[in-house]
Write a protein that binds this ligand. Structure first.
Ligand code: FAD
Length: 530
């Protein structure tokens, strides 16, 4: 079977096993394993693959304790292995406990509705089906702790937070939150039961599940959440000050920070305090500055398709840029100049001269240097330009929705999603991180054509941005001070998050309203802008 027939790819956050890797991987392992033996010709397996992928995404951060994997029994080279493990029907689910011997053929899991929630809870049960001695190396205790252990530590100072999930005995939320935080340092999560009266009395917890937080300085209080859902608890704990994702030792993801050299050592600049619920014109201006003066400079001249892509980008920015002021005027001048030129080829130096000249005549348009605010990184090479480019395009999609006729008579009005198409062409042609461009192009080719209107244009970019960053969590380009996480977080938009059958889902209507507000002209802050 060719790659097209494969149900799972390297992009999915699970391990694809083969006959040769199966036994050495799942036995004598420091983690437990849950395996799906499937067949790529089995209709049910094809349908079920979307559930298994959702599960893999949902428990991505549990991998040190339990891995999710697949093996395709329809591949000829896997036939012997499937026979050896006694697989007769597809899909068959088997689990392997941590540190199991090479002779272990795994335990078959039967029954259940095999939904994401059922399988996730099964994974918790598998982890609990270990003894103290053979537990996965990185799996913390999942059993409840009692008031006898907890009350004495109340008020004590520590070098980390302790979060206690107080819940009803049959609830899985506490164990899921413990596992969600497995890859994070600076917080330890425990669970306690609602039947523990002395604990409830001492902490004054009356609703379940609740998270009670012991701060490093010895103070303690209930953690306020808008919704008592696993996603809310885990997200809030991950963003506590000082809580950080442990960096992966090796990263297979490309790191844009290494590929796009940033022009200035950001670390030497003073820190600019900012509000995460705002968008800063300084970031948008810096994006344009970097784009015009650094990214474009890699091209000695612009001609043919490149020139067309550049012209379209300038047109879209000119027509939709909401910041106003000198940057808008500069882009307008650039746009008029580009449109008036009969040339098929423009030397890059001519673009630079125009930008510089305009700056000289009428004062400073674009900062003489980049000035990141909402896109500041904790050190040079992190965040900065790529962050500002996403921000710029989100703003442009929202502006296009607010001003539907703005692109009339530009030649772009016929496209269903002109901002996305221009972004796609710009990224493909000019974005310095080649691998990022390749990934983005793949995603665009797969689904951008389905975007029919301006609302879908906003949502497509939001969704794609989350998909990219989901792939990058824990990679080298992940700034420990700004760890990548599904966006907007519950603290930015609580109503954007819901749970359906125990699985986190986005409320698309709320997301759309939130994005319209967040990237709208009225939420732009001129603070730090020149
Ligand atoms: P960013 O992801 O840059 O986000 C910037 C800001 O946008 C955030 O601070 C937040 O306020 C907001 N935001 C976050 N998520 C969303 C969302 N879903 N919708 C709307 N707003 C949001 N890096 C790689 O290493 N590999 C790649 O393949 C790769 N591909 C990229 C493709 C494109 C088109 C771009 C522009 C960048 C790509 N990058 C890639 C860079 C990467 O996505 C980040 O931009 C970079 O790592 C900086 O991350 P950040 O934490 O500053 O946040």
């Amino acid at each position: 079977l060719g790659p097209a027939a494969r149900l799972y790819t390297e992009e999915d956050p699970l391990v694809i096993l083969s006959s040769s890797s199966l036994t050495p991987t799942v036995t004598n392992s420091s983690s437990a394993w849950l395996l799906q033996f499937y067949s790529s010709w089995c209709g049910h397996c094809i349908q079920y693959s979307s559930t298994w992928k959702s599960l893999a995404l949902d428990v991505k951060d549990w991998q040190q304790a339990i891995h999710l994997s697949v093996l395709d029994c329809a591949q000829e080279e896997n036939l012997d292995a499937c026979k050896d493990y006694g697989i007769k029907f597809y899909p068959t689910f088997k689990y392997f406990r941590a540190h199991s011997p090479p002779t272990d053929k795994g335990t078959t899991c039967r029954g259940g509705d095999r939904t994401v929630q059922f399988m996730r809870q099964l994974m918790v049960d598998i982890l609990q089906n270990h003894t103290q001695m053979d537990r996965p190396d990185h799996c913390p205790a999942l059993e409840p702790v009692s008031s006898v252990e907890l009350l004495p530590v109340l008020g004590q100072r520590s070098d980390h937070y302790t979060a206690i999930v107080v819940e009803e005995p049959e609830s899985y939320v506490g164990r899921e939150v413990i596992l969600d935080l497995l890859q994070f340092s600076g917080v330890e999560v425990k669970r306690a039961l609602s039947s523990d009266r002395p604990l409830l009395d001492a902490l004054k917890v009356t609703a379940f599940p609740s998270v009670y937080l012991l701060h490093p300085n010895g103070t303690h209080a209930n953690l306020h959440v808008e919704k008592r859902l696993r996603f809310f608890f885990s997200s809030l704990l991950r963003t506590l000050p000082g809580v950080q994702r442990r960096p992966k030792s090796d990263s297979s993801s490309s790191s844009v920070g290494q590929k796009v050299a940033l022009p200035h050592g950001q670390s030497s600049e003073p820190w600019r305090n900012f509000d995460r619920s705002k968008v800063y014109t300084a970031d948008l201006e810096s994006a344009l500055h970097y784009l015009l003066r650094v990214e474009l400079a890699a091209h000695t001249s612009l001609e043919g398709d490149e020139l067309k892509v550049f012209k379209d980008l300038v047109t879209v920015v000119t027509k939709l840029y909401p910041g106003g002021g000198s940057v808008a005027k500069l882009m307008e001048t650039l746009s008029d100049w580009l449109l008036s030129l009969p040339l098929q080829r423009i030397p890059y130096q001519a673009v630079l001269d125009l930008v510089d000249n305009k700056m000289r005549i009428s004062g400073v348009f674009l900062g003489a240097e980049v000035r990141w605010v909402g896109c500041q990184g904790s050190r040079a090479g992190l965040r900065g330009y790529p962050c500002s480019l996403w921000t710029l395009f989100h703003v442009l999609t929202v502006q296009h929705d607010a001003m539907p006729t703005a692109l009339d008579n530009t030649g772009l009005e016929g496209e269903a999603a002109p901002v996305l198409q221009v972004m796609r062409r710009y990224i493909r042609t000019f974005f310095g991180c080649e691998e990022c461009g390749r990934h983005f192009e793949q995603a665009a080719a797969a689904s951008m054509d389905r975007v029919q209107n301006r609302e879908q244009q906003i949502l497509w970019l939001w969704n794609q941005h989350n998909m990219v960053n989901n792939r990058l969590t824990g990679s080298l380009s992940d700034d420990p001070l700004f760890p990548k996480a599904p966006w907007p977080s519950p603290s930015l938009c609580a109503s954007c998050h819901e749970e359906e059958n125990g699985v986190h889902v986005w409320n698309q209507n709320r997301i759309l309203s939130f994005l319209r507000h967040h990237y709208g002209a009225s939420n732009l802050s001129p603070h730090y802008s020149l």
